[in-house]
Design a protein around this ligand. Structure first.
Ligand code: AMP
Ligand code: GLY
Length: 427
């Protein structure tokens, strides 16, 4: 097969790498890609939301399968346009992508489907949200912009004033533009978070092995929220019993109700789960592969990813059988640029990538990188996802940090404790 991957982050580099190594795949293209995807695939200079040109390219190159990375492409309707042109594509339609594109849609669907999640109310008028907050007892609450906000539209507030400030920022100051015209205010959940990714073909659900990411910027899970400073797979937090419960109470009813709503879900369904004292509850749905979760997940996947995603796109996942996994855990350490997450500095040349590439059981996935002449330079906040396998978490962590040690650029930094939490569940 000829495969096109849409996107330009670490997730897309991992997808290109795994697809390139899939026996069913002859050739991989990536639009627009980064300096890392260029090592696995042919980069094509088309933006990830330039739907018309993506369709034209897939037609003229006779692409057999297109795989969509970012939510923005899905919400822009790339899947609808490909389907209208009779092109095979893995990902949800625009209507199904509302599950991530609108928090209100997703919360209401969960309410109808009886999926466990935080209690919530939605608001489209600032004054109504203020009255709601002033009238109720003061408790920690979470305020969320309804639309996409690159992961920044969620405010976990410990008191009423913080919640009022969040509502003001989103609705009056329009910090997220149109995405903040409506908001959700919900109960604050407590527990441990996990990322459950599943391949769904509209009817059949194939869960990938569970992961956890580290969202906070600094060691000990402190500091500001980020897109994710590292991730690992599997996680001992999610036992087989818990995974069965998540499939039964979350994934099956969600896929079913998406059919009832005439928005059949095909693609990667990502449930952000809080494991609470009352069992697993959904924090949010994403309609795409997680970043950086995809990097350690795909490091461990042994099945042919091309065949898996083709089967899902064709609605034939039931014929695919269970996925095969490397039993060893994988740990991904994100290396970020100076100033991330507030104001990352771009442009520093990155050294030591070749040295790191020689280490066994390690793979450096590029996120924000670009080639300038002979140099690969930092071109984003999260720059690299250094990922490694090991016989246990301690060894996987050691292998990942050994690869990190080879790499240096001015201002490049990472957390030092990625995956320690996984080991804490085993103690
Ligand atoms: P979301 O984009 O909805 O996943 O929110 C981003 C992060 O905010 C999550 O990963 C959680 O850490 C936190 N969060 C979201 N909703 C809640 C909630 N109801 N209770 C506690 N934390 C939450
Ligand atoms: N790692 C979080 C996300 O992909 O949204």
């Amino acid at each position: 097969m000829k495969v096109l991957v849409i996107g330009q982050g670490g997730r897309e580099h991992a997808l290109c790498w795994k697809l390139k190594n899939s026996p069913s795949v002859e050739r991989v293209y990536c639009a627009p890609g980064n300096a890392g995807t260029a090592l696995e695939a042919t980069n094509v200079d088309i933006g990830s939301t330039d739907v018309e040109r993506l369709v034209q390219f897939a037609k003229s190159e006779r692409i057999d399968l297109t795989v969509v990375g970012p939510e923005a492409s899905l919400v822009a309707g790339v899947v609808d346009a490909f389907q209208a042109a009779n092109l095979r594509i893995f990902g949800p339609t625009k209507k199904a992508a509302e599950l991530e594109g609108s928090k209100i849609f997703s919360k209401e669907l969960m309410r109808k489907a009886n999926v466990p999640t935080a209690e919530f109310q939605s608001f489209s008028r600032h004054q109504d949200a203020v009255t709601f907050l002033e009238d109720r007892e003061e408790t920690p609450l979470v305020v969320k912009a309804d639309g996409l906000a690159s992961g920044k539209g969620v405010f976990v507030c410990s008191n009423r004033q913080e919640a009022l400030d969040a509502v003001k920022q989103i609705m009056l100051e329009q910090a997220f533009g149109e995405s903040g015209k409506k908001i959700v205010i919900e109960e604050c959940l407590h527990g441990h978070e996990a990322s459950i990714l599943a391949i769904v073909d509209g009817n059949t659900i194939l869960t990938l092995e569970a992961c956890q990411d580290h969202k906070r910027a600094y060691d000990g899970d402190t500091g500001p929220n980020t897109g994710g400073m590292g991730a690992y797979c599997p996680t001992p937090l999610i036992t087989d019993e818990l995974m069965d419960e998540i499939v039964e109470k979350v994934l099956v009813p969600t896929a079913h109700f998406m059919n009832v709503e005439e928005r059949p879900f095909k693609g990667c369904l990502y449930a952000g789960i809080m494991v609470t004292n009352q069992g697993p509850k959904v924090l949010e749905f994403n309609v795409r592969f997680g970043d950086p979760e995809t990097q350690p997940v795909l490091m461990r996947l042994k099945s042919d990813l091309g065949l898996l995603l083709k089967a899902a796109a064709d609605g034939k996942l039931a014929d695919f059988g269970p996925a095969e996994w490397d039993p060893r855990p994988a740990v991904c350490v994100v290396m970020a640029a100076d100033g991330y997450p507030a104001a990352p500095k771009k442009g520093a040349p990155i050294r030591g990538l070749d040295e790191a590439a020689e280490l066994p059981d390690a793979k450096v996935f590029h996120a924000g990188t670009i080639r300038r002449g002979d140099d690969i330079v930092a071109d984003g906040g999260r720059v690299l996802g250094v990922t490694a396998l090991g016989s246990d978490f301690a060894e996987a962590k050691l292998n990942a940090y050994q690869a990190v040690k080879c790499i240096r650029w001015q201002g490049g930094w990472c957390r030092k404790d990625i995956s320690d939490r996984a080991r804490s569940y085993l103690d």
